[in-house]
Design a protein around this ligand. Structure first.
Ligand SMILES: [Zn+2]
Length: 165
C-alpha cells in the first residue's frame, strides 16, 4: 500500500495508547512504545496484503509520508515518543525493503515477508482487479477518518497548547 496510507494510519493509531501512557510508570511506558512500534509493523503487513494500487508516483508518496512525520511537532511532549514509535513502526518496513534495499540494488532480498511478490503470488490476480484496489484504499482512508472523528477529544488532548486555536 502507499507509504502515505501507512504513515497516516501509524500517526493516527497513537491516539489508542494515550490513556495508557497517562497511567503508566516509566518502565511500563517503554513497553508501550515497543508494543505500539511492533503493532504498527504487523498492521503494515496486513495492509500490504490487501489488494491495492499506487495511484501516485513513489517520490511524491515518500515526500507526503515524510510530511506526516512533521505533525510530531504539534504533539504534546508526553506523547511525542509514542507518536514517533507508531509512525516509525508503520513506515519502517517500506523504508528498509523499498528504500534502503532498492538503493543497495539488492532487489530480490526483503526483510518483511509480505513484500516478497513471489511468495504472495496468489494475491497478484486480485491486485490486477482495479475495483478491489481502489476499494481497499478507500476503506483505509475511511477508517482513518472514522478514528479521527470518533477519537477527536483524545486527539485534541494530544495537541500542544501553543497550537490550539
Ligand atoms: Zn510495505
Amino acid at each position: 500500500m502507499m507509504v502515505l496510507a501507512h504513515a497516516t494510519y501509524g500517526m493516527v493509531s497513537s491516539v489508542f495508547f494515550t490513556k495508557r501512557i497517562d497511567r503508566a510508570s516509566s518502565n511500563k511506558k517503554f513497553g508501550l512504545f515497543a508494543f505500539a512500534f511492533a503493532a504498527n509493523i504487523a498492521l503494515h503487513g496486513a495492509m500490504d496484503l490487501l489488494p491495492h494500487s499506487h495511484p501516485i508516483p513513489s517520490y511524491l508518496d515518500m515526500v507526503l509520508a515524510l510530511a506526516i512525520a512533521f505533525l510530531i511537532f504539534f504533539i504534546k511532549k508526553p506523547y511525542r515518543i509514542l507518536a514517533v514509535s507508531c509512525y516509525l513502526g508503520s513506515v519502517i518496513p517500506d523504508v528498509i525493503d523499498m528504500g534502503i534495499f532498492r538503493v543497495l540494488r539488492s532487489d530480490g532480498f526483503r526483510i518483511f515477508p509480505w513484500h516478497l511478490k513471489k511468495e504472495f503470488k496468489f494475491y497478484e490476480a486480485i491486485y490486477t482487479n482495479t475495483l478491489m484496489n481502489v476499494t481497499f484504499s478507500i476503506i483505509v482512508i475511511l477508517a482513518c477518518a472514522a478514528i479521527i472523528y470518533l477519537k477527536r477529544k483524545d486527539l485534541a488532548n494530544m495537541i500542544s497548547p501553543e497550537f490550539k486555536m
